[in-house]
Design a protein around this ligand. Structure first.
Ligand code: PMP
Length: 405
């Protein structure tokens, strides 16, 4: 059993009282938002709305204080050394594009290698590929072993090639696999690489500590942590952030501009061109403050309970192939029904108002390795009830019968 009070947690989310018939198991795509976040957004737009860092008036000063306060809140949550190491982006994808662009233009040169893994989301694949050819940088991939975990022997071999960058996800969005992250990052550091972590899924599983984790950069999206969409974070160590070439120009990111050249502002403004998502940052801070009331260890064990209940129930169902690991899993189960298209299974569940995702989950190369055209993903959050898992299993049983008939 778990000490976590899921019913009390769920009460904070208005979606479940306005849409009581839905069973929402698409949390890896995005989470619902608690009152605290909705109220913070509403309050800002109704009563404080103004741009940051530029107005001479009180409203702008208030917006600036709130925006910078949000930065400090996130800095404290992930234990970054200073607020300037928190760069607001529109999400993990934007953070990766800034990183790949910024590193390619400064620290990487032709012949250098970037090492990613077979479990990566497209954000940590395509953002590198966009530049690799032009800059002559080689992208290597850590393969899977037979258990669909990353092959650690192959990893050590690839490290011998001396990658300049090792960029890994913390948790696979497609399978739920939790990587042995710290161990892998320490090996990467020992090999002299810059380390990057895709925390888009990991942030909802574990509170990261930037003083402990051997990561030079850590990226995440607010919307997977009960915050608004369109806001995310690129954390980086100051000395490295200072070396990134900004991907966007304009707004407060400049120091001096002439028609022939520009010089750039100091961090964090240097990497935040244009009007930022002020309300988003405030909303993300509200999400983090909300979440900080709860015990992360209890949440983890409750998610494990949801996962185990689902896994056990699946044993009763014939013809199901589960791709996700049972252990070292952050609360995601990806599966297929033999001979059926994943979209058909998801459509039958949708008819019963069960929200899941079907497809290749922004991890196409991984699905090629798994030799399947896609799969149905069930992803759990602490507001899901055990009874919802059971209802979902019943719906799956019916769907299996319908599709078999
Ligand atoms: N990486 C991982 C592991 C993800 O799960 C996601 C979101 N599916 C992303 C990156 C991209 O996040 P966003 O779409 O919020 O930029």
């Amino acid at each position: 059993m778990s000490d976590f009070d899921a019913a009390a947690f769920r009460q904070h989310f208005p979606f479940f009282s306005t849409q009581p018939d839905w069973i929402y198991l698409d949390n890896a795509a995005t989470t619902h938002k608690p009152f605290a976040v909705l109220e913070a957004l509403d309050h800002f737009y109704r009563q404080q709305n103004s741009n940051v860092h530029r107005g001479a008036h009180q409203l702008s000063q208030t917006a600036t204080i709130l925006y910078e306060d949000a930065r400090s809140c996130i800095q404290q949550y992930i234990n970054a050394a200073e607020p300037a190491e928190i760069i607001f982006t529109s999400g993990t994808t934007a953070a990766f594009n800034q990183l790949a662009f910024g590193l390619m233009h400064t620290l990487l040169k032709a012949g250098d290698r970037v090492l990613i893994s077979a479990l990566e989301h497209h954000a940590n694949i395509v953002s590198w590929q966009l530049h690799c050819q032009r800059f002559g940088v080689i992208l290597d991939v850590i393969p899977l072993d037979e258990q669909r975990h990353l092959d650690q022997v192959a990893y050590q071999e690839l490290l011998k090639l001396g990658p300049k960058v090792v960029s890994l996800t913390q948790v696979s969005n497609a399978l739920g696999t939790i990587l042995p992250l710290q161990q892998m990052l320490l090996l990467a550091k020992a090999a002299g690489a810059i380390t990057i972590v895709d925390g888009a899924q990991g942030i909802a599983w574990e509170k990261p500590d930037m003083q402990q984790l051997a990561a030079d950069f850590y990226c995440f999206s607010g919307h997977k942590l009960y915050g608004p969409t369109g806001i995310g974070v690129l954390y980086g160590k100051r000395t490295l952030l200072e070396q990134l070439t900004p991907i966007f120009g304009g707004g407060e990111m400049i120091d001096h501009v002439s028609f022939t050249s520009s010089s750039f502002n100091s961090l964090p403004a240097r990497l935040e061109a244009g009007t930022p998502h002020i309300a988003g940052a405030i909303g993300l801070a509200a999400a983090i403050r909300f979440l900080s009331q709860f015990d992360v260890t209890q949440i983890k064990s409750y998610k494990r309970l949801l996962l185990n209940t689902f896994h056990n129930g699946l044993q009763r169902l014939p013809g199901i192939t589960v791709f996700s690991p049972l252990h070292d899993n952050a609360g995601i189960v990806t599966l297929n029904l033999q001979g059926e298209h994943p979209a058909d299974l998801a459509a039958l569940l949708n008819e019963q108002q069960i929200a899941v995702r079907a497809g290749k989950h922004c991890a196409m190369p991984l699905f090629e390795l798994l030799a399947t055209a896609g799969a149905v993903r069930f992803s759990f959050a602490p507001y899901n009830h055990i009874s919802e898992v059971e209802q979902c299993l019943n719906a799956l049983t019916q769907a299996v019968e319908i599709l078999a008939s």
